[in-house]
Write a protein that binds this ligand. Sequence first.
Ligand code: UDX
Length: 469
Amino acid sequence: MNVIIIGSGYVGLTTGSALAYIGHNVTLIDKDDDKIKCLNSGNVPIRERGLKELLNEARATIRFTSDWDDFDQQADVVIIAVGTPSKENGDADLTHVEEVAAIIGQRLSKGAYPVIVNKSTVPVGTARRVGSIIEQTLRRRGIFQNVHVASNPEFLREGEALFDTFYPDRIVIGVESQAAGDVLRRLYQPLIAQDFIPPQGLPRPERFAEPTFFSTDQASAELIKYAANAFLAMKISFINEFANLAEKVGADIAEVAKGMGLDKRIGPRYLQAGIGWGGSCFGKDTRAILHTGRQYDCEMRLVQATIDSNERQREQVVRKLKEHMKALRGRTIGILGLSFKPNTDDLRDSPAIAIIRHLNELGAHVKAYDPMTMRKCQDAHPELFVEYCETAEDLFENCHAVVLATELEEFRHLPYDKLGKKMKRRFLLDGRNVLDESALTQAGFIYRGIGRCYESWEEESSSQAAQGL
Ligand code: UDX
């Protein structure tokens, strides 16, 4: 099939390269000339596992352009995948989506009936709005025809976006006509049947079940995206609240999560307790759905509580540091990891940044080390007072405490024994519960995770003091 994709961000690029790989002819249009030049020269402007290799494999069937004259009138499908940033009030900003809809209306020829697909995360009703903008623009050109607009939300995790595209749990489409649904079923048929040869580096998981192709109405499809993200964020906030309680009552949250997750109705995923969720979607989408709730006089208390709970969770780190060393002013705190999760250089809504901001306010000296994101953090957050370190060794030097904020694989295998000796006080706060507690304790650290059970605080502190640590 012939496919046009508008927008070459995470969603547009991964979707485009995957569709090209499974045999469609893809034209990717982006107004950003630099991005297009970068893509045409064989590079990839974003960091996403396997994307560069996949684009190289699919190069014969995908082309990149910033010229709307390349809009293919033979296209069967036009996918809108432009950004929908947050407005001040939490609402999604639809400027880009609406601009693109108007351009499609200016470009479509009489008798061309591609299915217009909305992949951007948009408030309920946007598919209808996109349809009406296109139809109005066409009418102004003397073309009186209906367009088919479908909602087709993505559920891609950053860093795993290609994996999630090739091996989804489900493909959701929201359509108003059987014909549009049939076109999209054909578009995704290789993914639905799982009869494509897996790309290099992205093997099909063992016993992978064919994804469900779920066709519903437009509004439901639009709401599914928000409901799914709000639910996942709530699941994490939920386990984090229990982690805080587990600490008080002497339970271990990893055990609690395991026991809960064994119930098939609950499932084990997104029950990893820690310093809270971040990233480009959970925060933005929970705020957007709250805004929609307000617009329609519908209180979304659980969503609000999810956001509040997440903010409190970030404060847990500072609370634990205060508990351990009382006044933080003049103390040196090292932060291991800056991105909101591993294997991405994305800093959006990252808990680490919120923690640094809070530590700055309290007058602590903050050092940070993250192999992927330091330069980006410096540029994006000039307001933060941070001493960026080139190595983990530099980070540990003279610290009174180190906080692991992102569970990078590298951090699991640092020579903590050696690093501890460089610290003023060996206190390690594992904000992701990924380090080996006994190894760290043996190396002389006071180790604290989130929601874990420990011996008496005073006993350990005094035994460390006795050892002169
Ligand atoms: C998320 C959704 O998973 C995806 O479906 C949606 O389309 C976009 O938002 P992403 O933001 O890439 O994807 O990250 P994800 O891997 O889901 O993690 C989000 C945040 O939750 C991270 O900060 C992560 O550290 C945190 N998290 C995740 C936990 O704290 N505990 C968990 O058990 C899982």
